[in-house]
Design a protein around this ligand. Structure first.
Ligand SMILES: *[C@@H]1O[C@H](CO)[C@@H](O)[C@H](O)[C@H]1NC(C)=O
Ligand SMILES: *[C@@H]1O[C@H](CO)[C@@H](O)[C@H](O)[C@H]1NC(C)=O
Ligand SMILES: *[C@@H]1O[C@H](CO)[C@@H](O)[C@H](O)[C@H]1NC(C)=O
Length: 369
Protein backbone atom coordinates (compact mmCIF):
# COMPACT_ATOMS: atom_id res chain seq x y z
CA UNK A 1 0.00 0.00 0.00
CA UNK A 2 2.84 2.35 0.80
CA UNK A 3 4.36 1.65 -2.58
CA UNK A 4 1.13 2.72 -4.27
CA UNK A 5 1.05 5.80 -2.09
CA UNK A 6 4.56 6.61 -3.11
CA UNK A 7 4.02 6.06 -6.78
CA UNK A 8 0.73 7.89 -7.09
CA UNK A 9 1.02 10.75 -4.70
CA UNK A 10 4.63 11.55 -4.14
CA UNK A 11 6.73 9.93 -6.79
CA UNK A 12 8.58 13.18 -7.23
CA UNK A 13 9.48 13.12 -3.54
CA UNK A 14 10.72 9.58 -3.89
CA UNK A 15 12.84 10.63 -6.81
CA UNK A 16 14.33 13.53 -4.88
CA UNK A 17 14.95 11.34 -1.85
CA UNK A 18 16.66 8.80 -4.04
CA UNK A 19 18.90 11.46 -5.49
CA UNK A 20 19.76 12.86 -2.08
CA UNK A 21 20.75 9.40 -0.88
CA UNK A 22 22.77 8.76 -4.01
CA UNK A 23 24.51 12.10 -3.61
CA UNK A 24 25.52 11.30 -0.02
CA UNK A 25 26.56 7.79 -0.94
CA UNK A 26 28.84 9.13 -3.65
CA UNK A 27 30.26 11.88 -1.47
CA UNK A 28 30.81 9.97 1.77
CA UNK A 29 30.51 6.33 0.74
CA UNK A 30 34.15 5.94 -0.19
CA UNK A 31 35.24 7.08 3.28
CA UNK A 32 33.06 4.52 5.02
CA UNK A 33 34.07 1.71 2.71
CA UNK A 34 37.77 2.58 3.15
CA UNK A 35 37.48 2.71 6.91
CA UNK A 36 35.64 -0.60 6.97
CA UNK A 37 37.97 -2.53 4.72
CA UNK A 38 41.21 -1.16 6.08
CA UNK A 39 40.37 -2.42 9.54
CA UNK A 40 41.74 -5.90 9.87
CA UNK A 41 43.32 -7.95 12.60
CA UNK A 42 47.03 -7.61 13.34
CA UNK A 43 49.04 -10.77 13.12
CA UNK A 44 51.47 -11.97 15.75
CA UNK A 45 54.36 -14.41 15.59
CA UNK A 46 57.36 -15.19 17.74
CA UNK A 47 59.68 -12.68 16.05
CA UNK A 48 57.16 -9.92 16.66
CA UNK A 49 56.87 -10.88 20.32
CA UNK A 50 60.65 -10.66 20.58
CA UNK A 51 60.66 -7.19 19.03
CA UNK A 52 57.93 -6.10 21.44
CA UNK A 53 59.97 -7.33 24.33
CA UNK A 54 63.07 -5.57 23.05
CA UNK A 55 61.10 -2.35 22.58
CA UNK A 56 59.76 -2.54 26.12
CA UNK A 57 63.25 -2.92 27.56
CA UNK A 58 64.77 -0.32 25.26
CA UNK A 59 67.70 1.45 26.85
CA UNK A 60 68.42 4.87 25.39
CA UNK A 61 71.29 5.78 27.72
CA UNK A 62 73.93 5.56 25.00
CA UNK A 63 71.99 8.06 22.88
CA UNK A 64 71.47 10.34 25.85
CA UNK A 65 75.13 10.32 26.84
CA UNK A 66 76.38 10.82 23.27
CA UNK A 67 73.91 13.56 22.37
CA UNK A 68 76.24 15.58 20.17
CA UNK A 69 76.71 12.56 17.95
CA UNK A 70 73.06 12.69 16.89
CA UNK A 71 71.74 16.21 17.42
CA UNK A 72 72.89 19.79 16.93
CA UNK A 73 70.01 21.00 19.11
CA UNK A 74 68.35 18.41 21.29
CA UNK A 75 66.10 19.98 23.96
CA UNK A 76 66.83 17.08 26.33
CA UNK A 77 64.72 18.66 29.08
CA UNK A 78 61.64 19.46 26.99
CA UNK A 79 59.57 16.55 28.27
CA UNK A 80 61.14 16.07 31.69
CA UNK A 81 58.76 15.65 34.59
CA UNK A 82 55.67 16.49 32.53
CA UNK A 83 52.57 14.55 31.71
CA UNK A 84 52.21 14.65 27.95
CA UNK A 85 49.22 13.30 26.10
CA UNK A 86 50.31 14.29 22.60
CA UNK A 87 53.78 15.23 21.41
CA UNK A 88 53.39 17.14 18.19
CA UNK A 89 56.56 17.08 16.08
CA UNK A 90 56.33 19.55 13.24
CA UNK A 91 58.72 18.68 10.43
CA UNK A 92 60.03 22.00 9.25
CA UNK A 93 62.73 23.06 6.82
CA UNK A 94 65.64 24.94 8.45
CA UNK A 95 65.07 28.02 6.25
CA UNK A 96 61.42 28.41 7.20
CA UNK A 97 61.58 30.46 10.40
CA UNK A 98 58.61 32.61 9.33
CA UNK A 99 56.38 29.56 8.93
CA UNK A 100 57.41 28.29 12.36
CA UNK A 101 56.61 31.68 13.88
CA UNK A 102 53.15 31.56 12.31
CA UNK A 103 52.51 28.04 13.61
CA UNK A 104 53.63 29.11 17.12
CA UNK A 105 51.02 31.87 16.99
CA UNK A 106 48.22 29.72 15.53
CA UNK A 107 47.42 26.02 15.80
CA UNK A 108 50.77 25.19 17.42
CA UNK A 109 49.93 27.36 20.43
CA UNK A 110 47.46 24.84 21.85
CA UNK A 111 49.00 23.47 25.03
CA UNK A 112 46.11 21.38 26.25
CA UNK A 113 42.74 20.06 25.12
CA UNK A 114 40.14 19.17 27.77
CA UNK A 115 42.99 19.18 30.25
CA UNK A 116 45.14 16.75 28.23
CA UNK A 117 48.59 18.35 27.74
CA UNK A 118 50.11 18.83 24.30
CA UNK A 119 53.76 19.62 23.61
CA UNK A 120 54.70 21.10 20.24
CA UNK A 121 58.26 21.01 18.93
CA UNK A 122 59.86 21.63 15.56
CA UNK A 123 61.98 18.96 13.88
CA UNK A 124 64.80 20.13 11.63
CA UNK A 125 67.85 18.79 9.90
CA UNK A 126 70.91 20.93 9.23
CA UNK A 127 70.75 23.86 6.81
CA UNK A 128 73.12 24.18 3.88
CA UNK A 129 74.27 27.63 5.02
CA UNK A 130 76.09 28.63 8.18
CA UNK A 131 74.13 31.90 8.39
CA UNK A 132 70.88 29.93 8.53
CA UNK A 133 72.32 27.91 11.40
CA UNK A 134 73.05 31.13 13.26
CA UNK A 135 69.43 32.23 12.80
CA UNK A 136 68.19 28.85 14.03
CA UNK A 137 70.41 29.11 17.12
CA UNK A 138 68.87 32.47 18.00
CA UNK A 139 65.34 31.16 17.31
CA UNK A 140 66.04 28.12 19.46
CA UNK A 141 67.35 30.15 22.39
CA UNK A 142 64.23 32.26 22.30
CA UNK A 143 61.66 29.49 22.00
CA UNK A 144 63.35 26.29 23.23
CA UNK A 145 61.28 24.27 20.79
CA UNK A 146 63.70 23.17 18.07
CA UNK A 147 65.26 19.75 17.66
CA UNK A 148 67.94 19.61 15.00
CA UNK A 149 69.38 16.30 13.86
CA UNK A 150 72.88 15.84 12.44
CA UNK A 151 72.12 15.38 8.75
CA UNK A 152 71.58 17.72 5.86
CA UNK A 153 67.86 18.60 5.63
CA UNK A 154 67.37 17.70 1.96
CA UNK A 155 64.42 16.02 0.25
CA UNK A 156 66.52 12.84 -0.06
CA UNK A 157 67.20 12.78 3.66
CA UNK A 158 63.60 12.78 4.91
CA UNK A 159 63.71 9.12 5.90
CA UNK A 160 66.78 9.85 8.04
CA UNK A 161 64.79 12.69 9.57
CA UNK A 162 61.92 10.42 10.56
CA UNK A 163 64.32 7.93 12.14
CA UNK A 164 66.21 10.66 13.97
CA UNK A 165 63.01 12.19 15.35
CA UNK A 166 61.54 8.83 16.34
CA UNK A 167 64.78 8.20 18.20
CA UNK A 168 64.41 11.56 19.91
CA UNK A 169 60.82 10.89 20.95
CA UNK A 170 61.69 7.48 22.34
CA UNK A 171 64.80 8.70 24.17
CA UNK A 172 63.65 12.07 25.49
CA UNK A 173 59.89 11.88 25.58
CA UNK A 174 58.94 8.35 26.67
CA UNK A 175 56.24 9.98 28.81
CA UNK A 176 54.30 11.15 25.71
CA UNK A 177 51.36 8.82 25.10
CA UNK A 178 51.00 9.73 21.42
CA UNK A 179 53.33 11.25 18.85
CA UNK A 180 52.06 13.27 15.92
CA UNK A 181 54.35 13.66 12.91
CA UNK A 182 53.16 16.57 10.81
CA UNK A 183 54.62 18.70 8.02
CA UNK A 184 54.85 22.46 8.39
CA UNK A 185 52.57 23.20 5.44
CA UNK A 186 49.63 21.53 7.18
CA UNK A 187 46.81 23.05 9.17
CA UNK A 188 46.05 20.85 12.16
CA UNK A 189 42.88 20.77 14.23
CA UNK A 190 44.48 19.63 17.49
CA UNK A 191 41.25 19.67 19.55
CA UNK A 192 39.62 17.39 16.98
CA UNK A 193 42.59 15.05 17.00
CA UNK A 194 42.71 14.79 20.78
CA UNK A 195 38.96 14.09 20.86
CA UNK A 196 39.49 11.29 18.41
CA UNK A 197 42.41 9.79 20.35
CA UNK A 198 40.32 9.91 23.53
CA UNK A 199 37.59 7.99 21.73
CA UNK A 200 40.09 5.15 21.25
CA UNK A 201 40.14 4.98 25.06
CA UNK A 202 40.69 1.26 25.57
CA UNK A 203 43.45 1.23 22.99
CA UNK A 204 46.23 3.54 24.06
CA UNK A 205 48.73 1.10 22.59
CA UNK A 206 49.37 -0.24 19.13
CA UNK A 207 48.03 2.90 17.47
CA UNK A 208 49.31 3.93 14.04
CA UNK A 209 46.68 6.12 12.47
CA UNK A 210 46.40 8.51 9.54
CA UNK A 211 45.21 8.56 5.95
CA UNK A 212 46.12 5.05 4.84
CA UNK A 213 47.59 4.57 1.37
CA UNK A 214 46.65 1.17 0.03
CA UNK A 215 48.73 -0.84 -2.47
CA UNK A 216 51.06 1.96 -3.44
CA UNK A 217 53.64 1.04 -6.07
CA UNK A 218 57.37 1.81 -5.72
CA UNK A 219 58.78 4.27 -8.25
CA UNK A 220 60.80 2.18 -10.70
CA UNK A 221 61.81 4.98 -13.04
CA UNK A 222 65.63 5.19 -12.82
CA UNK A 223 65.57 8.82 -13.96
CA UNK A 224 63.25 9.90 -11.17
CA UNK A 225 64.50 11.42 -7.93
CA UNK A 226 62.28 9.02 -5.99
CA UNK A 227 63.62 5.95 -7.78
CA UNK A 228 63.55 2.81 -5.62
CA UNK A 229 65.78 0.02 -7.01
CA UNK A 230 64.54 -3.56 -6.84
CA UNK A 231 67.54 -4.41 -4.68
CA UNK A 232 66.24 -2.01 -2.01
CA UNK A 233 62.60 -3.02 -2.17
CA UNK A 234 61.83 -6.07 -4.31
CA UNK A 235 58.09 -6.38 -3.77
CA UNK A 236 55.44 -5.15 -6.16
CA UNK A 237 53.46 -3.13 -3.63
CA UNK A 238 54.34 -1.23 -0.51
CA UNK A 239 52.53 -2.37 2.63
CA UNK A 240 49.64 -0.12 3.67
CA UNK A 241 51.08 2.99 5.29
CA UNK A 242 49.88 6.31 6.68
CA UNK A 243 50.40 9.22 4.33
CA UNK A 244 53.37 11.21 5.63
CA UNK A 245 51.84 14.69 5.81
CA UNK A 246 50.34 13.80 9.19
CA UNK A 247 50.05 10.60 11.19
CA UNK A 248 50.04 9.48 14.81
CA UNK A 249 51.88 6.70 16.59
CA UNK A 250 51.40 5.64 20.18
CA UNK A 251 54.61 5.54 22.25
CA UNK A 252 54.92 1.74 22.08
CA UNK A 253 54.64 1.88 18.29
CA UNK A 254 57.37 4.52 18.10
CA UNK A 255 59.59 2.29 20.24
CA UNK A 256 58.97 -0.73 18.05
CA UNK A 257 59.51 1.25 14.85
CA UNK A 258 62.80 2.50 16.28
CA UNK A 259 63.89 -1.02 17.25
CA UNK A 260 63.33 -2.39 13.73
CA UNK A 261 64.43 0.73 11.85
CA UNK A 262 67.80 -0.79 10.98
CA UNK A 263 66.08 -3.75 9.31
CA UNK A 264 64.35 -1.73 6.58
CA UNK A 265 65.93 0.04 3.64
CA UNK A 266 66.13 3.82 3.99
CA UNK A 267 65.98 4.15 0.21
CA UNK A 268 62.17 4.43 0.31
CA UNK A 269 60.04 7.53 1.04
CA UNK A 270 59.87 8.43 4.73
CA UNK A 271 56.19 7.56 5.21
CA UNK A 272 56.61 4.24 3.40
CA UNK A 273 59.58 3.52 5.65
CA UNK A 274 57.43 3.87 8.76
CA UNK A 275 54.80 1.63 7.12
CA UNK A 276 57.41 -1.04 6.39
CA UNK A 277 58.65 -0.90 10.00
CA UNK A 278 55.06 -1.12 11.24
CA UNK A 279 54.50 -4.19 9.10
CA UNK A 280 57.67 -5.79 10.48
CA UNK A 281 56.16 -5.54 13.95
CA UNK A 282 52.76 -6.83 12.81
CA UNK A 283 50.91 -3.53 12.98
CA UNK A 284 48.08 -2.56 10.68
CA UNK A 285 47.59 1.18 10.14
CA UNK A 286 44.20 2.58 11.09
CA UNK A 287 42.57 4.74 8.46
CA UNK A 288 40.68 7.91 9.15
CA UNK A 289 39.37 9.98 6.26
CA UNK A 290 39.48 13.03 8.55
CA UNK A 291 43.20 13.18 7.77
CA UNK A 292 43.55 15.03 4.48
CA UNK A 293 46.74 13.38 3.25
CA UNK A 294 48.21 15.53 0.51
CA UNK A 295 44.89 17.19 -0.32
CA UNK A 296 44.11 20.77 0.41
CA UNK A 297 40.65 20.97 1.99
CA UNK A 298 38.86 24.13 0.90
CA UNK A 299 38.29 26.24 4.00
CA UNK A 300 34.98 26.24 5.80
CA UNK A 301 34.89 26.90 9.54
CA UNK A 302 32.64 24.05 10.58
CA UNK A 303 34.32 21.65 8.19
CA UNK A 304 37.73 22.51 9.65
CA UNK A 305 36.38 21.88 13.14
CA UNK A 306 35.55 18.35 12.06
CA UNK A 307 38.50 17.27 9.93
CA UNK A 308 41.95 16.72 11.45
CA UNK A 309 44.29 18.20 8.85
CA UNK A 310 44.46 20.07 5.59
CA UNK A 311 47.48 20.19 3.33
CA UNK A 312 49.01 23.22 1.58
CA UNK A 313 47.55 25.67 4.06
CA UNK A 314 48.79 29.13 3.08
CA UNK A 315 49.89 31.57 5.79
CA UNK A 316 46.78 33.70 5.25
CA UNK A 317 44.42 30.72 5.41
CA UNK A 318 46.15 29.34 8.49
CA UNK A 319 45.65 32.66 10.32
CA UNK A 320 42.05 32.97 9.15
CA UNK A 321 41.18 29.39 10.12
CA UNK A 322 42.79 29.80 13.51
CA UNK A 323 40.97 33.08 14.20
CA UNK A 324 37.56 31.85 13.11
CA UNK A 325 37.81 28.49 14.83
CA UNK A 326 38.53 30.19 18.13
CA UNK A 327 35.88 32.88 18.01
CA UNK A 328 33.80 30.88 20.49
CA UNK A 329 31.01 30.15 18.00
CA UNK A 330 29.85 26.55 18.08
CA UNK A 331 28.85 24.55 15.02
CA UNK A 332 25.39 23.04 15.08
CA UNK A 333 24.85 19.60 13.61
CA UNK A 334 23.36 21.17 10.51
CA UNK A 335 26.24 23.64 10.11
CA UNK A 336 28.76 20.80 10.41
CA UNK A 337 26.78 18.81 7.89
CA UNK A 338 26.55 21.71 5.49
CA UNK A 339 30.24 22.55 6.04
CA UNK A 340 31.31 19.00 5.23
CA UNK A 341 29.25 18.88 2.06
CA UNK A 342 30.57 22.22 0.94
CA UNK A 343 34.25 21.58 1.66
CA UNK A 344 34.11 18.07 0.23
CA UNK A 345 32.44 19.18 -2.98
CA UNK A 346 34.79 22.13 -3.47
CA UNK A 347 37.82 19.94 -2.72
CA UNK A 348 36.72 17.41 -5.34
CA UNK A 349 36.13 20.16 -7.89
CA UNK A 350 39.53 21.62 -7.05
CA UNK A 351 41.39 18.36 -7.52
CA UNK A 352 39.54 17.87 -10.80
CA UNK A 353 40.59 21.33 -11.95
CA UNK A 354 44.16 20.74 -10.85
CA UNK A 355 44.20 17.42 -12.65
CA UNK A 356 43.16 19.16 -15.87
CA UNK A 357 45.69 21.97 -15.44
CA UNK A 358 48.28 19.28 -14.69
CA UNK A 359 47.55 17.39 -17.90
CA UNK A 360 47.55 20.56 -19.96
CA UNK A 361 50.91 21.59 -18.51
CA UNK A 362 52.14 18.05 -19.02
CA UNK A 363 51.32 18.17 -22.70
CA UNK A 364 52.82 21.64 -23.00
CA UNK A 365 56.11 20.30 -21.66
CA UNK A 366 55.76 17.39 -24.03
CA UNK A 367 55.27 19.69 -27.01
CA UNK A 368 58.17 21.85 -25.91
CA UNK A 369 60.59 18.94 -26.16
C1 LIG B 1 78.15 6.56 24.27
O1 LIG B 1 78.73 6.95 25.48
C2 LIG B 1 79.03 5.90 26.36
C3 LIG B 1 79.55 6.49 27.63
O2 LIG B 1 78.57 7.23 28.25
C4 LIG B 1 80.01 4.96 25.73
O3 LIG B 1 80.30 3.88 26.60
C5 LIG B 1 79.44 4.43 24.43
O4 LIG B 1 80.36 3.62 23.75
C6 LIG B 1 79.00 5.56 23.52
N1 LIG B 1 78.26 5.00 22.41
C7 LIG B 1 78.42 5.40 21.16
C8 LIG B 1 77.58 4.72 20.15
O5 LIG B 1 79.21 6.24 20.85
C1 LIG C 1 72.04 13.37 3.92
O1 LIG C 1 72.70 13.72 5.10
C2 LIG C 1 74.06 13.36 5.17
C3 LIG C 1 74.56 13.72 6.53
O2 LIG C 1 74.49 15.10 6.74
C4 LIG C 1 74.84 14.05 4.06
O3 LIG C 1 76.19 13.64 4.09
C5 LIG C 1 74.22 13.68 2.74
O4 LIG C 1 74.84 14.43 1.71
C6 LIG C 1 72.74 13.99 2.72
N1 LIG C 1 72.17 13.45 1.52
C7 LIG C 1 71.60 14.21 0.61
C8 LIG C 1 71.19 13.53 -0.64
O5 LIG C 1 71.36 15.38 0.78
C1 LIG D 1 58.12 27.30 3.90
O1 LIG D 1 56.80 26.85 4.15
C2 LIG D 1 55.85 27.21 3.18
C3 LIG D 1 54.50 26.81 3.66
O2 LIG D 1 54.44 25.47 3.92
C4 LIG D 1 56.22 26.56 1.87
O3 LIG D 1 55.30 26.91 0.89
C5 LIG D 1 57.62 26.98 1.46
O4 LIG D 1 58.02 26.29 0.32
C6 LIG D 1 58.62 26.72 2.58
N1 LIG D 1 59.88 27.33 2.26
C7 LIG D 1 61.03 26.67 2.34
C8 LIG D 1 62.26 27.44 2.05
O5 LIG D 1 61.07 25.50 2.64
Amino acid sequence: MQVTFCRLRTHQWCFILFNVILFHALLFGADFVEEYFLRSLPHVDIKILEIKNKARKLNMESVKSNLSKYYVLSQPEACNGKTIFLLSLIFSSPENGTRRELIRKTWGSVTSVQGYPILTLFALGMPALLTTQEEIDIESQKNNDIIEGIFLDSSENQTLKVISMTQWAVAFCPNALFILKVDEEMFVNLPGLVDYLLSLKEHLEGIYVGRVIHQDIPNRDPHSQEFVPLSEYPEKYYPDYCSGEAFIMSQDVAQMVYVVSNEASIMVPADVFVGICAKLVGLIPIHSSRFSGERHIVYNRCCYKFIFTSSEATDAETSLAWREMNDGKKCSLFETYYGLISCKLLTYLNSFRRFRVGTVQGSAVHFGE
